[in-house]
Ligand binder design. Structure first.
Ligand SMILES: *Cc1c(COP(=O)(O)O)cnc(C)c1O
Length: 479
């Protein structure tokens, strides 16, 4: 393919993408396939001779699309949203064209500098305290990670390194291995599985704090800390969640933060989904207490119209990260690195290489404006409230957790088995797509507002569909 063909095929591809998104409702949201469907559809080896572009695009419809779950469909109500918008997709294309690998400032100054400034813009949109903003002359700053899971792992490793250094001073007789075996991290029993995984990867123990209404409160953490310290353990890391994955519950960070500060425990905040909503003043109080945190992370690639991947992480003290993971081979050194004026993001993350992801933020912030992004969040919350009121109006159903953002947890007031049957019918009918969660031993259905194109009539027809399947369920002979 030469540049002339690229121009031509590029225009075609944009048309294909726009048509796909415009007409996505006509596709079955969740495919009906057996595992292994794809292998027989394509040759078992790569072609020796080049093929034509037309043949490839034909196979996109024949091979790929039948196996796609259409996350951008207004009938996709599973998990949490995946961010998507036209400006973000265009920025991603430009990122592909530039193709720089911005591990150091010198490796592509724009890649580093735009990222630092965009994290300040976004930090200001969230009204983060100045200690997290690089441009404020503070010790903090922001970085784009691939995912929230990586942000949790990176901060846990930084906290671990800091805790070991401090414990070596307090207990000079103990070996590093002994200290490591005493380190204890904490998170909510409702936290995302990636937090437990970060502890496994980091080789430290983790305890799950019980919750009240699915949120961690002060006393529950305090009790565990007293027990563990009495047992000779060293508490060093607490990961709070704002907007849990199961039910979108909010840990009481304003109560928990001071305890973590007193006990010298690193507090990380995982707000993967809900963080985007803090750009709206009416939701910002849920972030009060962030001033006690050592690090804060959320995913613009979930709810802020930015395509995957883009997970933004702020730290209060950037040397906590850069000090923990610093290695300096000659081929990565550059003459400006010790000037104190530049950021080498390779020290802030696990991989070396990194894409120019801040372009997506820049394009989206400028094309929507803060007001446009606020309007997007508010509309989706309103649609969730609409769904909630439909559920509440039907006496056979109950709402299982307070609806604060774009997620509604609901179930039939009946056995777990019957709710499982209802979800099975929903999944098999393939009209909408939901996933379940477990809350207080109960099997619960989660209805998340996901697509940017979701409107009230989608909510109404989703609910009509659910009640129709419920009617059928109650007609079945086993009932
Ligand atoms: C979605 C989610 C995650 C995982 O996000 P990734 O970016 O895929 O790692 C972590 N925590 C919470 C609360 C989430 O909702």
């Amino acid at each position: 393919m030469d540049a002339a063909e690229f121009r031509h095929r590029g225009r075609e591809m944009i048309d294909y993408m726009a048509n796909y998104l415009e007409n996505i409702e006509q596709r079955v949201v969740y495919p009906d396939l057996e595992p292994g469907y794809l292998r027989p559809l394509i040759p078992s080896e790569a072609p020796m001779e080049p093929e034509t572009y037309d043949d490839i695009m034909k196979d996109v419809e024949r091979v790929i699309m039948p196996g796609v779950v259409h996350w951008n469909s207004p009938y996709f109500n599973a998990y949490f949203p995946t961010g998507s918008s036209y400006p973000s997709m265009l920025a991603d294309m430009l990122c592909g064209a530039i193709g720089c690998v911005g591990f150091t400032w010198a490796a592509s100054p724009a890649c580093t500098e735009l990222e630092t400034v965009m994290l300040d813009w976004l930090g200001k949109m969230l009204h983060l305290p100045e200690c997290f903003l690089a441009g404020a002359g503070s010790h903090g700053g922001g970085v784009i990670q691939g995912t929230a899971s990586e942000a949790t792992l990176v901060t846990l490793l930084a906290a671990r390194s800091k805790a070991i250094q401090q414990a070596k001073i307090s207990y000079p007789e103990k070996s590093e291995g002994e200290i490591l075996s005493k380190l204890m991290s904490y998170t909510s029993e409702q936290a995302h599985s990636s937090v437990e995984r970060a502890a496994l990867l980091g080789g430290v123990k983790i305890r799950k704090v019980p919750t009240d209404n699915y949120a961690v409160r002060k006393d529950m953490l305090k009790k565990m800390l007293v027990e563990d310290k009495a047992a000779g353990l060293i508490p060093f890391y607490f990961c709070a969640t704002l907007g849990t994955t199961s039910s979108c519950a909010f840990d009481q960070i304003a109560e928990l933060g001071p305890i973590c500060n007193e006990e010298n425990i690193w507090m990380h905040i995982d707000a993967a989904y809900a963080g985007s909503a803090f750009i709206c003043p009416e939701f910002r109080p849920l972030l009060n207490g962030v001033e006690f945190a050592d690090s804060f992370n959320f995913n613009p690639h979930k709810w802020l119209l930015v395509n995957f991947d883009c997970s933004t992480l702020w730290v209060k003290k950037r040397t906590d990260l850069t000090g923990a993971f610093n290695v300096d081979p000659l081929y990565l050194k550059h003459e400006n690195q010790d000037s104190g004026l530049i950021t080498d993001y390779r020290h802030w993350q696990i991989p070396l290489g990194r894409r120019f992801r801040s372009l997506k933020l820049w394009f989206v912030f400028r094309m929507y404006g803060v007001q446009g992004l606020q309007a997007h969040i508010r509309k989706q919350v309103m649609l969730a409230k609409e769904f909630e009121s439909l559920v509440r109006a039907d006496k056979r159903f109950e709402i299982c957790a307070e609806v604060i953002m774009g997620l509604v947890c609901f179930r039939l007031k009946d056995s777990n088995e019957l709710n499982q049957k209802l979800l099975k019918k929903i999944t098999e009918s393939r009209v909408i797509h939901l996933v379940p969660c477990q809350l207080s031993e109960k099997f619960v259905l989660r209805f998340a507002i996901c697509s940017r194109a979701t409107e009230s009539h989608h909510i109404q027809s989703a609910w009509r569909h659910i009640t129709q399947l419920t009617f059928e369920l109650f007609q079945e002979p086993s009932q």
